[in-house]
Design a protein around this ligand. Structure first.
Ligand code: MG
Length: 384
């Protein structure tokens, strides 16, 4: 075979292989051996824009230490070459970020210094270095960037990551602390879901009332989130035994994130798996939790978004820790971004969009109580 013949076969097969995984416009470019990010590179710039949005709660939402009727959000967009990626920062007050702190942060982000949105590693390393904390604001950039890149490639992230779309789990549906009458009403409202999540940790009487009230309506499995509310390890372990006899399946953050030794003592003796939420914010936290918790709850707003969440999956698996994915009260934008990881999870708590009355996106949905991904590129959302 001649050299030119060999080169032709090599070039053609590369173009065909590339065309098999990308969209129609990119197929033409790939056939010409030109990838979209290299076309008129000098003229193309990423443009980040953002605006505040208030997610209105369907019910007053109460956890161990606070109540609220809305959640402040900042919506982001990154536009590049006529394509727009959507992102979101959701900021329940107890996390310390606000719409104004997120907007101040986003004003500092200069995406103009990067020639291509495909450089996610470099871009997010830069975004993370701008200031400490601000994890939700950073996630708002990360999610929009992933949505944009997925759209440019023409594929959803679950597929880019090599995950099975059909491997999924049920999402829990949260019933917040409230009066017996409202708890019964909320439990009935949760009937389309297979697992109920209950926020405990206020006081013994209220905790037991919550479980017994839900049990007066349904026998469905319950996940308990104590939100660091239990103060004594012996009490917490007794409570976990009591809960395990009432078809409770797992416990999230039983004690303060700082009480690592006490939590390890509980985990060693607990009949139920113990998950870290407040104790596990980012990738670097995981190793220190090995042995103290059975697993971690990954949330995009804690860990700066999809790039780091994907890395957390790998690290937790390497440490033989269980995985769950959670959320804040947020729109279908951030929920659908988190759902891209669903196949890797044992538990899911992706009900944030179901708790609000003014969702401005349509994305991953719940079908028979389970998180159902779609085939749309990027994070799989349509703006309403
Ligand atoms: Mg939690």
């Amino acid at each position: 075979m001649t050299q030119s013949r060999r080169n032709f076969i090599k070039t053609a097969s590369t173009a065909i292989a590339a065309a098999a995984v990308i969209g129609p416009a990119e197929k033409i470019l790939a056939a010409q051996h030109v990838f979209p990010e290299t076309v008129k590179k000098s003229q193309k710039k990423m443009k980040l824009s953002f605006r505040p949005f208030n997610a209105e709660m369907k019910h007053v939402f109460t956890i161990a230490n606070s109540s609220r009727t809305s959640t402040p959000i900042v919506l982001t967009e990154i536009e590049y070459d006529g394509i727009t990626g959507y992102g979101e920062a959701a900021m329940p007050p107890y996390l310390g970020e606000t719409q104004s702190s997120a907007i101040d942060f986003l004003k500092k982000v200069d995406l103009g210094r990067f020639s291509s949105p495909f450089m996610i590693e470099d871009i997010m390393t830069y975004v993370d270095s701008i200031a400490s904390n601000n994890t939700a604001a950073k996630a708002a950039v990360d999610i929009a960037l992933h949505d944009l890149v997925g759209k440019l490639i023409g594929q959803p992230w679950w597929k880019i990551w090599g995950f099975d779309k059909n491997r999924t789990v049920s999402t829990s549906f949260t019933v917040g602390l409230d009066t017996e009458e409202i708890v019964r009403e909320k439990t009935r409202e949760a009937s389309p879901y297979n697992i109920i999540k209950v926020k405990l940790g206020r006081d013994d009487k209220t905790d037991r009332m919550m479980i017994e009230t839900i049990r007066s309506v349904t026998d469905k499995p319950i996940c308990v989130d104590a939100n660091q509310g239990w103060k004594d390890k012996n009490y917490a372990l007794d409570m976990i035994h009591w809960l395990s006899e009432r078809n409770v399946r797992m416990i999230e953050q039983p004690m303060s994130r700082y009480m690592l030794d006490e939590t390890a003592w509980i985990t060693e003796r607990s009949p139920l798996p113990i998950f870290a939420d407040e104790a596990c914010q980012r990738l670097t936290d995981i190793q220190g939790l090995k042995g103290a918790y059975s697993g971690i709850n990954i949330k995009l707003m804690k860990c700066t978004g999809m790039r780091e969440a994907r890395e957390m999956v790998t690290v937790a698996k390497a440490l033989h820790m269980k995985l769950m994915i959670g959320c804040m009260t947020e729109t279908s934008c951030a929920i659908s971004a988190a759902a891209q990881l669903i196949s890797q999870m044992e538990w899911a708590d992706l009900d944030g969009n179901l708790l609000i009355s003014n969702d401005c996106f349509k994305g991953a949905e719940i079908c028979d109580g389970k998180v159902k991904l779609n085939d749309l590129p990027g994070i799989g959302v349509v703006k309403l």
